[in-house]
Unconditional design. Structure first.
Length: 257
């Protein structure tokens, strides 16, 4: 084949690939074309085999002669203009792409933890319940030699996601006394319905219904001015101080024990 015709063939192959042609058409050899046979190490669409061509000068010529289906999405290595040589490895990956649009895709909320010194170690408090969001997503599926992978290429939020926020305590538990916890829980259930931060205005406060005089007599103000402002663990600690002096006698609900 003359140099002019060979370059024309390469140009035609390249143009067809860019244009998305499904089959590279054969072209006529001229009298000057070499009749030598070359065996290639061909890997086409993931399948490897030897392929012998005769009178082909470049990878583009070999594709034409072997009547391989190649389009603009496919990947050819080495390039179409590469001269052929015995044993040359030629890889053609067959590639196709497609897009899919999905509406109302759920975006799951995350849990965000924030440290706080207002809670003791081991305590947690949910401050924002959060909610899942919604989005319209465009997915691109790329198939190479029959193996597909899908990725998100664009996203439009239609409902904003709100993350769940949890406060995690870092305050030291040193100095707390949670002895008789089960019994204090029973008394609190009887005294206040187990509501540790209750204040009904009757002069008694918190889960164990301390009055201010009793609370102060065992240094409850160390934790909070009013009993219901203290944590459950702090109220129990103060109750154990009072227990050390008077047992369960100060509580009218002691009969539940």
């Amino acid at each position: 084949m003359s140099l002019t015709k060979r370059l024309s063939a390469v140009t035609a192959c390249t143009a067809l690939l860019v244009a998305g042609a499904t089959v590279l058409p054969a072209h006529a050899d001229d009298a000057t074309a070499s009749s030598a046979a070359v065996t290639l190490d061909l890997r086409y669409a993931g399948q490897q085999r030897p392929a012998t061509v005769t009178g082909a000068a470049t990878v583009a010529d070999a594709i034409v002669q072997l009547q391989l289906t190649v389009d603009a999405d496919d990947r050819v290595s080495p390039t179409l203009e590469t001269p052929l040589s015995e044993g040359l490895s030629v890889t053609i990956d067959v590639v196709s792409t497609s897009t899919t649009i999905k509406k109302n895709v759920t975006i799951k909320k995350k849990t965000v933890k924030k440290k706080t010194t207002k809670l003791y170690k081991g305590q947690q408090k949910v401050v924002t319940k959060g909610r899942n969001g919604k989005a319209t997503r465009t997915y691109l599926t790329t198939t190479v030699n029959g193996v597909s992978t899908t990725e998100v290429v664009s996203q439009k939020i239609t409902k904003k996601v709100i993350n769940r926020v949890v406060k995690v305590g870092t305050k030291s538990t040193k100095g707390l006394n949670l002895a008789r916890l089960a019994k204090w829980n029973k008394i609190a259930k009887c005294e206040s319905g187990g509501r540790w931060h209750i204040n009904t205005g009757n002069g008694y406060y918190g889960g164990l219904q301390f009055n201010l005089g009793t609370w102060r007599s065992v240094k409850g103000q160390q934790f909070a001015k009013y009993p219901h402002k203290a944590s459950k663990a702090e109220q129990i600690t103060v109750a154990n101080r009072l227990y050390a002096k008077r047992g369960f006698q100060p509580w009218g609900c002691r009969h539940v024990l």
